[in-house]
Design a protein around this ligand. Structure first.
Ligand code: ADP
Ligand code: MG
Length: 517
């Protein structure tokens, strides 16, 4: 293998002069025939980790990807860098029989080095049969978090990939890649793919150039958005809204205010969507107002701000969407508007789903709410969520609203003691919502069922309001006294540190809004 000339190969095939981040080590690991698990933020250059090996190795690689648009982007890119279109192909549900036959011919004659397959197509017996006769170099699973129900984009067919490959009788290395993986999701991926031996390549999720800000959403939110855009004249920005209707409304309002904006959502026809996307990419317009349908695979380096008119349904989505700002390393302002009404709207959507989907969706949403309400460094909160320790607040003082305008710090040693005690006395099986209710002395059916309203501690924390208790729980979790058992839908448990605290109280203070507490 040409290990020592990888740089030259990169230049020869793609014209890039050097590798980004850990690309080279990842590629080497794959070329050695070993399994790899790559966890790196969006824009880090994950695709190259399988694109280059596909071209170098004998045979055809199989790349599973969840979205036709993502596959198409890459096929165009690979074909653009090659003399032959046959170098890369896609197999998904949109192909005609004749097109599939052509793809199969190119694969069998070794012209195709990389074959993108939608997970739904991969499980088809005809394809499995075909793959038996192909020399496959390796299997890549892009957006691997789709494997886990605990991710934000679960796709049932993703869970069958390993089984399918086993059926083709190939023993090939696997590389899984994702930009969003909480510790629980990571574990699921390794287990489902049976690659517990995989070498893990994890890059920090810290995006140092992004500024995070959350504002309470008032009825003047549109005015605030217009003001913000006018202040950032002729800069590029994305505004995310929950509904198509809101996208249309807001676009109109912006236009009335002489702001160049286009809408983007799944209700528009394909032609309009791609026209609007092009307008935004080519800078003929400054703003795209969009639902979550916009953004996957879009690589515009100079997006200067991402505004969330409504908060998203999970912190993963939020991280992905804000991640589209400042890709070039320049300024990137992430501004989210938050109101409890919006949370209730999202909860309402969830109430129509199955019990397990609802519970999971609620757990993800609650994390998002905690983020919106947290008084601590937003960067720290996000990184903690992704399982990353972050202790460099001092270097990022100017980079989020909470660090820039700190809230009041108050002593909460007694409150923490009470909290830990209640968690312990209720046998560590309650979620934040119930614990908070017990603290302030509000009943609900769960509390009722356990007759907790008669306990000595019911309502003992009523000197704080609900939102203060929420905040305290979140800060106690980040400081390591308690943990949310995510597998168990967010049930609160004591950590060793919390158990020790109950034996011996030490100073503990939290940040609270001035008016509360
Ligand atoms: P990810 O999948 O991690 O979000 P992509 O694979 O889409 O990232 O890559 C993001 C961008 O970085 C793409 O435009 C890609 O062409 C570019 N890129 C990848 N590797 C390199 C490299 N070694 N040098 C320069 N640009 C690169
Ligand atoms: Mg990618």
């Amino acid at each position: 293998m040409h290990f020592e000339h990888l740089n030259l190969e990169l230049k020869r095939y793609f014209g890039f002069t050097s590798f980004k981040g850990q690309q080279e080590n990842i590629i080497k690991n794959l070329l050695k025939g070993k399994n790899s698990f790559v966890i790196m933020p969006t824009g880090a250059g994950k695709s190259m980790c399988y694109q280059l090996p596909s071209l170098i190795l004998d045979g055809t690689s199989i790349v599973v990807s969840p979205l036709i648009a993502l596959m198409k982007n890459q096929v165009d890119f690979l074909r653009g860098n090659s003399l032959k279109d046959s170098v890369a192909h896609v197999i998904n549900s949109t192909l005609t029989k004749a097109e599939i036959t052509k793809v199969e011919k190119d694969v069998l004659t070794n012209e195709t080095k990389i074959l993108f397959v939608a997970p739904e197509s991969l499980v088809k017996p005809s394809l499995i049969n075909f793959l038996k006769s192909v020399k496959i170099s390796f299997l890549a699973i892009d957006e691997a978090h789709c494997i886990s129900e605990w991710g934000h984009d679960f796709r049932p067919d993703y869970r069958n990939i390993r089984k399918v490959i086993d059926k083709t009788n190939h023993n090939i290395p696997i590389i899984a890649l994702t930009a969003t993986a909480t510790p629980k999701v990571q574990e699921d991926i390794l287990k489902n793919l049976k690659i517990k031996d995989a070498k893990i390549f994890k890059a920090s999720f810290n995006r140092p150039n992004l500024y995070y800000e959350v504002r309470k959403k008032s009825k003047d939110v549109i005015v605030e958005i217009v003001k913000f855009i006018k202040k950032n004249k002729s800069k590029s920005g994305i505004i995310y809204c929950l509904s198509r209707k809101k996208v249309e409304e807001l676009t109109k309002t912006l236009k009335v205010n002489d702001i160049k904006a286009v809408p983007y959502h799944a209700g528009l026809d394909a032609k309009t969507r791609s026209l609007n996307q092009d307008l935004f990419l080519k800078e003929d317009c400054d703003i795209v107002v969009a639902t979550i349908a916009f953004g996957m695979g879009i690589d515009k380096p100079d997006v200067r701000f991402v505004i969330h008119h409504d908060i998203p349904k999970s912190l993963e989505s939020y991280y992905q969407e804000t991640g589209r700002a400042g890709r070039d390393g320049g300024e990137g302002h992430c501004l989210a508007f938050y109101s409890y009404k919006d949370v209730e709207k999202l909860e309402n959507f969830l109430s129509k789903k199955t019990v397990s989907e609802r519970e999971l969706g609620t757990a993800l949403l609650n994390e998002m709410v905690s983020y919106a309400e947290t008084p601590i460094s937003r960067r720290k909160f996000i990184l903690h969520y992704f399982g990353e320790a972050f202790n460099e607040e001092d270097d990022f003082k100017k980079m989020d609203d909470n660090l820039r305008f700190p809230k009041n710090k108050i002593d909460a040693s007694e409150a923490l003691f009470l909290l830990l005690n209640v968690i312990k006395k209720t046998n560590e099986y309650l979620k934040t919502r119930e614990i908070v209710k017990i603290m302030v002395g509000v009943n609900n059916s769960i509390i009722n069922n356990h007759r907790l309203q008669n306990s000595s501690f019911f309502g003992k924390g009523s000197n704080y309001d609900k939102s203060s208790w929420n905040s305290l729980i979140s800060q106690a979790s980040i400081s390591g006294y308690i943990k949310k058992n995510i597998e168990n839908y967010g049930v609160l448990k004591l950590n060793e540190k919390g158990i020790q605290y109950l034996k011996k109280q030490t100073p503990f203070s939290i940040y609270l809004d001035k008016k509360k507490g």
